[in-house]
Design a protein around this ligand. Structure first.
Ligand code: ZN
Ligand code: ZN
Length: 340
């Protein structure tokens, strides 16, 4: 079968590999669609410290169950599924307090073991979620990105009526925007440096959009909030230098959700955190958010296909990488169509 394999940073190709055999407790999935994510690009560029090479990447995918390993009672051949990439040990401290997405022995499908950019992938049956009949498999491949959004919003503990500021209108920002609206957050401010992205955010329901290159974001946001600041700030721009501004823009008792993987330090003025009693939370992957996202998708409250800009065959994956490297503004979610 064909697979997109990364042999080392900057060394990747579509290769012929063996079809995996599902071990006990695993299921073999015939992949339908797999989305390319920023973190796949980090692996390709050698910016992911966790990955082991060679690796077939891809952690956002859907498909149809093709075969079962031993001891898999709850899944059947032919089931339409999407796959939670988080594999946890169940016994370490974070697992014991129900935080399996930061398990001490965390394994991520597509990072620590092979993922969805191949015709068949074997995954633990426990990670498989049934896709309701009326959700298409291309939409189902986008469940994982929405779980990132659901997770950071959960970590920020929204209260009824809270305003939300989203920094960055790329894919993560857009999924947070849709998820926040689906959860009943009405007033959402989105900032970015690209006007086209801001226009798209407006279309998807942002109440205010600000271009941080051409507008004075701090002045505008303080005016919009009667000087109070914003209780919920989601950092989907992931630029370390923005943290001091987030501290200034947060309202007293505000919560700031961080998603960036940068190793660059950020300036942090303790007084800003203390005087307003701010909460800074990290959010990694997702903590069992697949059922919630699938339910919202089934109810029509999310619009995943609005985020898809390209559908390409696996053979064109290297071209897709080239586009995302050199012309990222041309793309939103790139879906690789594998067997559907
Ligand atoms: Zn991702
Ligand atoms: Zn664990």
């Amino acid at each position: 079968m064909k697979a997109f394999q990364v042999n080392a940073p900057h060394d990747f190709k579509v290769a012929e590999v063996e079809v995996p055999t599902p071990a006990a407790g695993e299921v073999l999935v015939r992949v339908a669609f797999a989305g390319i994510c920023g973190s796949d690009m980090h692996i390709i560029h050698g910016d992911n410290a966790f990955v082991r090479f060679p690796r077939i990447t891809g952690h956002e995918f859907s498909g149809v169950v093709e075969a079962l390993g031993e001891g898999v009672p709850d899944v059947s051949v032919g089931d339409r599924v999407c796959v939670d990439p988080v594999i946890s040990c169940g016994t370490c401290y974070p697992c014991r307090i129900n935080r399996p997405n930061v398990c001490s022995a965390l394994e991520v499908i597509g990072v620590h073991r092979n993922g969805g950019f191949e015709e068949f992938v074997s995954v633990p049956a426990a990670n498989v979620h049934q896709v309701p009949e009326h959700i298409s498999l291309d939409a189902a491949a986008l469940v994982e990105p929405y779980t990132i959004a659901a997770n950071v919003l959960d970590r920020m503990q929204p209260h009824r009526g809270d305003r939300l500021l989203i920094l960055g209108a790329g894919m993560i920002g857009m999924t947070i925007l849709q998820m926040a609206r689906a959860m009943g957050i009405d007033e959402i401010i989105v900032t970015d440096v690209i006007d086209e992205r801001l226009a798209a955010a407006k279309e998807l329901g942002a109440t205010h959009v600000l271009n941080s290159r051409t507008q004075d974001v701090e002045k505008e946001i303080l005016a919009l909030t009667e000087g109070e600041g914003v209780p919920l700030i989601a950092d989907a721009a992931c630029v370390p230098a923005l943290l001091p501004q987030m501290l200034r823009l947060a309202s007293p008792a505000g919560r700031i959700g961080l998603l960036g993987f940068s190793v660059q330090p950020s300036d942090l003025i303790q007084l800003e955190v203390i005087k307003k009693e701010l909460t800074l939370v990290g959010s990694r992957l997702n903590n069992r958010k697949f059922p919630e996202v699938l339910a919202l998708m089934a109810s029509g409250k999310l619009d995943p296909l609005a985020l898809v800009s390209h559908r390409l065959p696996l053979s064109e994956m290297p071209d897709a990488i080239d586009m995302l490297d050199h012309r990222p503004e041309e793309a939103r979610k790139v879906l690789i169509q594998i067997s559907a």
